[in-house]
Ligand binder design. Structure first.
Ligand SMILES: [Zn+2]
Length: 562
């Protein structure tokens, strides 16, 4: 953090400050602070997803150095819903902060606690209900309000402070026929609006889409049609946390007498939690464990598979590239992508599409056929309806890129002619609210915090790379020029080593070049999946160096497409 920022533990009590430390100017990594006097309340604790330029990086975390340096008291944390970009950073961040009470609604708590358990972290998140009760955390009191989104038990949070009431409207849409049948609590929202809301912090991701967002229940029939038209296996991939979607695909499979198999650790975990909480209904005899799928013909199966974002090493990527031990793709198979590409993942998702297409399987996604995914975020109608119910004095769009923030501002002007009540901020920018005014406060410098994957199939299986090992084992950077048309090496790889003796380095450089050439020689034809190429090179060189020196340096392949 910027050490020049003065700490103000005895701040005046006429203002509440709002500081996003993630989630603005980007879609993911949601984490927001509300400060009053000497107290801080945290809302959400999500991860972000890296783009391809961040080599070897698997997750991004919100930078909490401000929270670690502050002398203020963190009075608690509330979580809005179970998506990774709202709870995924808990195992990394909770151990770094002093113990505090944390609350969220049932399913979110189940997902969050499962995650903490997996990382062997003792803290737990307490479960609350949508019961209209206010939970007191220092001078803040928080009420969870049910809204519809693409995961059950999603909450918006009404935060009462001595200065005024805030409506933290993170991810929502107004779905009149939600997949789980539980509607947005319009009454409570309208009542809060009646009682007076100082500021609405609102989801804005769909602010540039016309009309209202589509209901989740429109998808069930489309799943059925896709399964019916598939002669081989029907594979459905979605965000693992999208339990309602897993349920819809399961229902469709049951209707058409197909067995269902859950593939990939995160999907299996979501299934277990979904079943336990009653959001996923699977009839006896429908589910087949992966070891037994060979007993069934392809046209008797629907597979629900993790990895819709093209994550390296996810079950979907391994199936597509022919590396999965139990499942392979045929020309009769269909892969349904029931998800939107998260901004930043376009290249890996397109590479995945290409790898599947190369195997001759059919790919269905919302752009090329019926709807298999509807956004969980409100479009302009949903957002304007929320503004009208809440009637806030001030508005702050959150959870969107700048284009979304500006589109939200334009919507607000349509609803309310006063065009000076929408405040656009960036991560780290404090907004100071008094009972009837807003001003910009301090700006915290935020770093990008990366987490690297060591093993594991999807983003859940990560640990921070052991820096000591890095220092001990050294680093090797491989610059490899590969011809996109042939998949072959263009010139000898350039190799930079650190942490090796000159003799070792020389020998390594020579032999690693040979290994890289051997790996690429196996490639035939146009490269469709660069991530896969990078992984192959990394694995071959790692193996080679281990066999020669019994060392495991950090290996960073940089692939240059020519
Ligand atoms: Zn969400």
């Amino acid at each position: 953090m910027d050490q020049t920022i003065p700490q103000q533990p005895t701040r005046n009590t006429n203002t509440v400050s709002f500081i996003p430390i993630g989630g603005i100017g980007e879609v993911t990594k949601n984490m927001y602070l509300y400060e009053y006097g000497n107290e801080i309340l945290i809302v959400d604790c999500g991860i972000g997803f890296p783009d391809e330029s961040m080599l070897g990086v698997d997750l991004l975390l919100p930078d909490i150095s401000y929270l670690q340096a502050t002398q203020k008291k963190i009075v608690g944390m509330v979580l809005t819903h179970g998506h990774e970009d709202h709870i995924g950073a808990l195992p990394f961040i909770l151990p770094q902060l002093p113990p505090m009470p944390s609350f969220c609604v049932s399913l979110t708590a189940a997902l969050a606690n499962e995650k903490l358990k997996e990382f062997q972290i003792k803290s737990t998140i307490q479960t609350v209900q949508f019961d209209g009760q206010e939970r007191r955390l220092g001078s803040f009191s928080c009420m969870f309000v049910h809204v519809t989104h693409s995961v059950p038990d999603t909450a918006n949070i009404i935060i009462k402070t001595p200065v005024g009431t805030f409506y933290h409207g993170s991810d929502f849409k107004i779905d009149i026929t939600p997949a789980d049948g539980v509607k947005t609590d319009y009454l409570r929202i309208a009542k809060a609006g009646e009682q007076g809301i100082l500021a609405l912090m609102s989801d804005c991701l769909g602010a540039d889409r016309k009309g209202f967002s589509q209901s989740e229940d429109s998808l069930g029939e489309n799943f059925e049609r896709a399964i019916l038209e598939t002669q081989g296996k029907c594979i459905v991939t979605t965000y693992s946390s999208n339990i309602s979607r897993l349920n819809q695909a399961t229902q469709a499979a049951e209707k058409l007498n197909r067995k269902v198999c859950f593939v990939g650790r995160s999907v299996i975990r979501a299934k277990i939690i979904g079943q336990r909480m009653g959001y996923l209904q699977i009839k006896d005899g429908t589910e087949v464990p992966i070891e037994k799928i060979r007993k069934y013909r392809d046209d008797q199966l629907v597979l629900l598979v993790a990895g819709s974002q093209g994550q390296e090493n996810s079950a979907m990527s391994r199936i597509a590239s022919g590396e999965h031990t139990d499942i392979s793709l045929t020309e009769k198979d269909t892969v349904v992508f029931s998800s939107d590409t998260i901004p930043g993942n376009e290249r890996s998702v397109n590479a995945l599409f290409d790898t599947i297409a190369k195997r001759g399987a059919k790919i269905l996604y919302s752009d090329n056929s019926s709807e298999f995914h509807v956004s969980g975020h409100g479009s302009e109608g949903d957002l304007m309806l929320m503004m009208s119910l809440i009637k806030p004095r001030f508005m702050v769009p959150i959870s969107g890129t700048y284009k979304h923030l500006m589109a939200y501002k334009a919507l607000a002007q349509r609803v309310n002619d006063k065009n000076n009540n929408v405040y656009i901020v960036e991560n780290g920018q404090e907004l100071l609210f008094s009972a009837n005014s807003v001003s910009y406060g301090k700006k915290i410098d935020l770093r990008t915090v990366y987490v690297d994957q060591v093993s594991g199939e999807e983003i859940e299986g990560f640990v921070l790379r052991d820096r000591e090992q890095l220092a001990k084992e050294g680093i090797i950077i491989l610059m490899v020029e590969v011809h996109a048309g042939t998949g072959q090496l263009v010139s000898a790889a350039e190799i930079v080593t650190r942490g090796f003796s000159p003799t070792e380095a020389d020998a390594l450089t020579q032999s690693a070049r040979v290994e890289i050439q051997k790996v690429l020689a196996k490639n035939k034809g146009r490269v469709t999946n660069w991530v896969h190429i990078r992984k192959m090179i990394e694995e071959a060189v790692t193996k080679h160096i281990f066999s020669k020196l019994h060392r495991r340096p950090l290996i960073l392949p940089v692939i240059i497409e020519v």
